[in-house]
Design a protein around this ligand. Structure first.
Ligand SMILES: NC(N)=O
Length: 858
């Protein structure tokens, strides 16, 4: 919303107005000052701001003696800082779309445009310094000379006066003024005022929105969030509530493997498979709650975890860990594509090559259009349908199917299957025992691999970044516990059905390769429900694959944008360039994973193989990365060497074990064995963890996390700061100035809100809560429950098995409530807002479009 402004001093001291203009981005205009120019600024600025000199360049006016500011003599003399002035040809021309945060403003001189960085925002706004002032938003230029301001006429809004005051009595700075204007325009808009806006005004707002689809269009029209800002695109303005974040975590963590590999291990090892799959991949999400709390504490404005590594340890560490980060994303994405395309081909006959490309490209479209928030909203809808389909399978198998229909019948069929083909390594060859040697080996591999894919995957950091700081921990604990039910219950249903129905004529026989490709679930779904079952599984898989792929696309896009493009190619990137590159990187990465899926498919690497392999090459980065973000003593060189040495040790251990156990034959089949993968996984995570931890104890750093907290930190416009002082002590280089003008999240926050949300005491408390609760859950899930059952060699009777199944079903219900109904409840206000807007659009005159008065989560 473009405005023009006039200035006046506080009411008691003077009421005379002075012109000041903020222009449309696309429609700059000048509001001339009187021609009498007296270089008096600054005169009596407080010490903290002294001396107030403009930067040496690139401003053309700095070429002249650096006494820059114009004033005019109408007592008491007030000089507006040139950052706020609009005097064409003499001073930079403020170019600001006031519907965007002040950080989007640019100062323009002729054809040269520069962002307003922290240095500029920290300068005193007026001379003499004033601690309060009134800014009037007016519909026409008020004076000097009385010339109408083009394109800003006919505004007749009632909220035309902003009183800006610093509570500490210090002088107002440029940032204070711009932030106050932005907050005022963003918040003080009642519905009545909104409705009173003319169509022309809305047209101006509309020009800021790009093309959007579906949910994104609804979000943009009826809420205050616009995916046209890079902050919203990559971080959903860091305002998302815990239920929706939890749904996003569930959805990003529900891979094709979660449905297919979990069922495959149920098929191979019996009931221990689903348990180890679920618990061995839940604990990492729970433990990640600690990392998330530390991230909010130590780098609250970072976009990516690699930014944190780079800020703390510099370029070498940044590049080394970028390898691990991108390798993680590529492996996870490839598994998604492999699992998705294998099942699509199996159930529909579609070409695997086509499926490899169609899945990521389809997802890329909605990611580009909607960004992070739409990804989360799609995650939510996907999770909802996902639970509905899981319940369909559960009730078919355990209640209605004439082939199985009850836990008791399932138990009988599993017992028969074990008699016909006992499971090697299981107590009495039974399917209904936790005593499963291979199940346990898989459990260990699973735990290690999933540490890597949570702790090194930007997708999970991204959800921590997108969440409200105060509720991040809650979101991760909720998300982790809710997710457990998906593989556990689905595999206990479909994976075991594939065993139970082995003698059923409708059940197709499964080869070892089919099992490795994750096909037992599809075979069971078809045998149980025919075409309907195949379709339901296809939909289930489609939802899982698309939302997890969308998480990967946006995660890699963020890494490539912020950690490659912005860090190494164009540190001065503008908001527009960042958005453009983010979009391009989504499309680029969609192609990359299509190709990766294709390559793995042709060399015969299946989803199951990759799933057990991921810890071999990724495991060594887990401890170093966790230590970097959470521990002040972590040693840089020790962590880099630990990651590299662990990587080498993992590969060597894996290959040597393969060769030793298979008479020197190393190929895809021999290297995919349980023990071979176990050796590689253990060596990788073990060596990486031991070296990183030991060196950090021997040569501890004493790091204060200041440089990571400074990543993208906005100018604290309403508090005292040393930035102006820094600027005067050491003139910032052009590059530094431009870097500081990252499109910053905090520009979209109220300063007080930021302070409250990032209160270190509260965040430390959240960290402690995350630490003890996740450790307790870890002990329960992977030690207290499974190990006594393993060592006691318990084989369940019918009642025991039924209880096991019922607990799974109850857990699934609770999960569904947590990530399907709870997000609706917590977003009831936003939903009400959207409903009202839609109803008004359809049934009433005028526009139902709405801008929320304050920034709240969707
Ligand atoms: N996300 C997993 N490991 O299913």
């Amino acid at each position: 919303m473009g405005q023009c402004f006039s200035w006046s001093a506080p009411p008691k001291r003077q009421r005379r107005r002075y012109p000041f203009a903020a222009a449309y981005r696309s429609n700059a205009f000048a509001q001339p000052y009187p021609q009498t120019v007296t270089p008096i600024y600054p005169r009596t600025a407080p010490a903290a701001y002294n001396p107030q000199l403009p930067p040496a360049s690139p401003w053309p006016w700095a070429a002249t003696p650096r006494t820059p500011v114009a004033s005019w003599n109408i007592p008491p003399t007030i000089v507006i800082n040139p950052q706020l002035s609009t005097q064409r040809n003499r001073h930079p021309f403020l170019d600001w779309d006031t519907s965007q945060p002040a950080s989007n403003a640019t100062a323009r001189y002729g054809a040269v445009t520069h962002p307003l960085n922290n240095y500029h925002l920290g300068q005193t706004a007026t001379s003499p310094p004033l601690s309060s002032m009134i800014v009037s938003l007016t519909s026409t230029a008020p004076a000097f000379p009385p010339r109408p301001i083009q394109a800003a006429t006919n505004l007749n809004w009632p909220w035309d006066t902003i009183h800006i005051e610093r509570s500490d009595g210090a002088a107002l700075r440029v940032g204070d003024v711009l932030h106050a204007i932005f907050r005022h325009l963003a918040k003080d808009l009642s519905h009545r005022e909104l409705v009173a806006m003319s169509g022309e005004e809305w047209d101006r707002v509309d020009r800021n929105f790009p093309f959007m689809i579906g949910l994104t269009a609804v979000q943009a029209r009826y809420t205050s969030f616009s995916p046209s800002s890079s902050e919203e695109f990559s971080s959903a303005s860091r305002s998302v509530k815990p239920g929706l974040i939890a749904a996003g975590i569930v959805s990003a963590w529900t891979w094709a493997a979660t449905l297919l590999q979990s069922s495959a291990v149920a098929y191979k090892y019996g009931i221990s498979g689903p348990w180890w799959y679920a618990s061995g991949a839940t604990i990492q999400v729970l433990l990640f709650a600690m990392i998330a709390a530390k991230l909010k504490l130590n780098a609250p404005f970072a976009h990516t975890w690699l930014e944190v590594v780079g800020a703390r340890w510099g370029k070498a560490a940044h590049l080394v860990f970028m390898f691990f980060g991108l390798a993680t994303n590529i492996i996870v994405s490839s598994m998604l594509i492999l699992g998705g395309s294998a099942t699509v081909t199996d159930l529909t006959g579609m070409s695997t090559i086509a499926a490899c490309f169609l899945i990521p490209l389809g997802v890329a479209i909605y990611v580009v259009v909607g960004g992070m928030r739409s990804t989360l909203l799609c995650d939510y809808t996907h999770t909802t349908v996902l639970f509905a389909i899981i319940f369909t399978f559960v009730f078919t198998v355990y209640a209605t199917s004439d082939k199985i229909g009850s836990p008791s019948k399932m138990y009988d069929l599993l017992t028969t299957a074990a008699q016909q083909a006992p499971v090697s390594g299981n107590a009495h060859g039974s399917y209904v025992t936790m005593r499963s040697k291979n199940g346990l080996i898989f459990g260990v591999i699973n735990i290690i691999g999933n540490f890597a894919t949570v702790f090194q995957d930007q997708a999970y950091f991204q959800r921590a970044i997108a969440s409200q700081p105060s509720t991040t921990v809650k979101a991760y604990l909720l998300g982790g516990l809710a997710w457990f039910a998906i593989p556990f219950t689905l595999a206990t249903t479909l994976g075991l059905s594939a065993v139970a129905l082995r003698n059923d004529p409708a059940m197709r026989p499964l080869s070892a390769a089919d099992v490795s490709a994750g096909l037992p679930a599809a075979a069971a779904a078809s045998a149980l429900l025919g075409k309907a079952g195949a379709s339901a599984l296809l939909v289930l898989l489609f939802l899982a694959v698309t939302s997890a792929t969308s998480a990967e696309l946006i995660a890699v896009s963020s890494l490539l944008t912020y950690d490659v493009y912005k860090r190494y190619i164009n540190p001065a990137a503008t908001e527009t360039q960042i958005m453009r590159v983010s979009h391009l990187m989504v499309a680029f990465y969609a192609l990359v994973i299509g190709l990766a899926g294709l390559i793995f498919f042709y060399i015969g690497v299946s989803m199951g193989w990759l799933y057990t392999f991921m810890g071999v090459i990724l495991g060594s980065g887990v401890a170093p990365i966790a230590l970097c973000i959470t521990w002040s003593k972590a040693n840089r060189m020790g962590c880099i060497i630990g990651a590299a040495a662990g990587f080498a040790a993992g590969i060597v251990a894996w290959l040597v074990t393969t060769s030793t156990l298979n008479g020197g034959v190393i190929n895809v089949t021999t290297s995919g064995g349980d023990l071979e993968m176990l050796a590689g996984n253990l060596a990788s995570i073990g060596v990486g963890g031991i070296i990183a931890t030991a060196t950090s104890y021997i040569w501890p750093e004493d790091y204060d996390f200041e440089s990571t907290r400074a990543i993208n930190r906005p100018a604290p416009a309403s508090t005292e700061s040393d930035e102006p002082k820094e600027a005067t002590e050491k003139e910032p280089s052009i590059e530094k100035k431009v870097q500081e003008k990252a499109p910053s999240v905090a520009d979209s926050f109220d300063a007080v809100e930021v302070e409250d949300e990032l209160d270190p005491v509260a965040l430390n408390k959240a960290y402690n809560f995350a630490a003890w609760s996740s450790l307790v859950l870890l002990v329960v899930l992977i030690l207290l429950i499974p190990l006594p059952l393993f060592f006691a060699s318990t084989i369940y009777g019918k009642a025991g098995y039924t209880t096991w199944v019922v607990i799974g079903i109850i857990w699934t219900f609770i999960s569904a409530f947590s990530v399907v109904l709870y997000p609706l409840w917590e977003s009831r206000d936003a939903l009400g807002l959207i409903s009202k807007g839609i109803i008004k659009d359809i049934f009433a005159r005028g526009s139902g479009k709405y801008v929320e008065p304050a920034r709240e989560a969707a």
